[in-house]
Design a protein around this ligand. Structure first.
Ligand SMILES: Cc1cc2nc3c(=O)[nH]c(=O)nc-3n(C[C@H](O)[C@H](O)[C@H](O)COP(=O)(O)OP(=O)(O)OC[C@H]3O[C@@H](n4cnc5c(N)ncnc54)[C@H](O)[C@@H]3O)c2cc1C
Length: 420
């Protein structure tokens, strides 16, 4: 079928119902790869599978209608960017011939090689890619779920409605109020993300509500990423506004009293932004992909194939990170390229090639200035994992406006690399 006719055909068959009908009833005549999760990992995998082998049918299943980026979402909280700036549609992927289905995958049947859609119907696959991101262990903080349901406590650790709701709480808070930002023990999604958030909330308070305070309660003993650079910015810009406390793990919430309970004391706040401990997204649990500490999915780093469920490739934050590998959008993008290349090799009866991927993470320390950390991770045959390349990467020498411009360029580039 010519590319043009094929595209028209795909438009006609892109509804979930049509795909579900195709799924189990008929064996696909060409290899079909189903990708679940239209975030950093899933979108990149879908796009690169089609770019590198247009003969593969690629179906992307995502529950939301649009992509919303966690990177730069802290700027939205501070009022320095809009939700529109950080969201994109899936039309670029459709133009590559990816069949985008807006639905939720309710179950995976790895024996039958099919996924079940929440709205009904099964879709068969030859290989499955899942990049479901994270979900939360709310139970580790007593009273969390009730507090979240009341709307009083937000995490905003998945960009979207909670980002907007937290921004609204900050705007509506009285001058002289206290914002509490609670950070879970690592590993969690985006090691520097909470400290960037602290910087941008402090910047907003200093500018709009100068009598207010931000109290950062970190379950970790100290800032887990780019520590000296964050601390220098806090001392230079936010003295008297931002107070940081390490070894301050949240164990409970009393929403009615506006209190975060630590092991040794209770802390009161007007806005409670409590980020709970995290684990691989619910789908990983349902699909039996979790291997470690009831939280993460171990993979073969040459292919991203699950070590537990053959034929299923796991990407992004859901994976049990290799040594010194952050849970970042940048890494999820790299995982996706490893998986796409390996799947093409495997479908052709060849072994995957040894991978090498790059991480870069920018963080704003003020509305105008940012800092960066980067690293290179390559396959080590003797250790059977990805290891950082000695001497590669590092952190910015100092915060700068140039790094802030690079941060926006990085974001626009990675969104395009995944979605355009
Ligand atoms: C505040 C903040 C700032 C950050 N800043 C940076 C940064 O500057 N740089 C950086 O590299 N990283 C950053 N990150 C981390 C980055 O957002 C994540 O590492 C990245 O999103 C991981 O990609 P993923 O594909 O694993 O998950 P996601 O991007 O979260 O994608 C998962 C997708 O799967 C969908 N999904 C889940 N389950 C199902 C299902 N059953 N059916 C259908 N769809 C489903 C979800 O709706 C979602 O769209 C930041 C994170 C936060 C919270």
């Amino acid at each position: 079928m010519s590319q043009f006719k094929r595209r028209d055909f795909l438009k006609l068959t892109a509804s979930a119902a049509a795909l579900a009908g195709l799924g189990c009833a008929s064996i696909p005549t060409r290899a079909r790869v189903v990708v679940v999760g239209g975030g950093f990992g899933g979108d990149t995998a879908a796009r690169y599978l089609r770019l590198w082998d247009p003969s593969i049918d690629v179906v992307l299943i995502e529950r939301e209608s649009r992509f919303t980026s966690c990177p730069l979402s802290n700027l939205v909280l501070g009022g320095y960017a809009s939700m529109q700036d950080i969201s994109r549609d899936y039309d670029g992927l459709r133009r590559h011939g990816v069949q985008v289905v807006q639905d939720e995958v309710a179950a995976v049947d790895a024996a039958k090689k099919s996924v079940r859609l929440a709205r009904g119907g099964d879709i068969a696959y030859e290989r499955l890619v899942v990049s479901p991101g994270i979900d939360f262990n709310f139970g580790e903080i007593h009273g969390y779920e009730a507090a979240m349901q009341s709307g009083r406590v937000l995490h905003a650790w998945k960009a979207g409605p909670q980002t907007e709701a937290l921004r609204k709480q900050l705007v509506e808070m009285r001058d002289g109020g206290v914002v509490v930002l609670s950070i879970p023990l690592a590993p969690y999604r985006c090691p520097p993300g909470p400290y960037e958030r602290a910087s941008l909330i402090a910047a907003y308070l200093k500018q709009a509500k100068p009598r207010s305070k931000l109290l950062v309660l970190d379950a970790n003993p100290d800032v887990t990423s780019k520590g000296p650079l964050f601390k220098k910015a806090w001392a230079d810009f936010y003295k008297g506004t931002l107070e940081y406390r390490g070894n301050a793990k949240a164990v409970g919430i009393d929403a009615a009293n506006g209190t975060v309970k630590l092991e040794v004391e209770d802390v009161k706040g007007d806005v409670l932004n409590v980020v709970p401990p995290q684990r691989a997204g619910d789908l990983a649990q349902k699909a039996g992909l979790i291997t470690t500490n009831n939280r993460w999915c171990d993979v073969d780093w040459r292919s991203m194939e699950s070590k537990k469920v053959p034929g299923v490739h796991v990407l992004g934050d859901a994976t049990l990170s290799a040594a010194l590998m952050p849970k970042s959008g940048s890494m999820a993008n790299g995982h996706a390229k490893i998986a796409a290349a390996a799947i093409i090799e495997m479908l052709n009866g060849r072994a995957p090639v040894d991978p090498k991927i790059l991480n870069t993470c920018y963080s704003f320390v003020s509305p105008k200035e940012a800092i960066r950390v980067s690293s290179v991770h390559q396959w080590d045959a003797a250790k059977g994992t990805l290891l950082t390349v000695p001497g590669s990467g590092g952190v910015s020498a100092a915060r700068s406006e140039a790094e802030a411009a690079f941060a926006w360029d990085w974001a626009r580039n990675i969104w395009a690399d995944a979605l355009s």
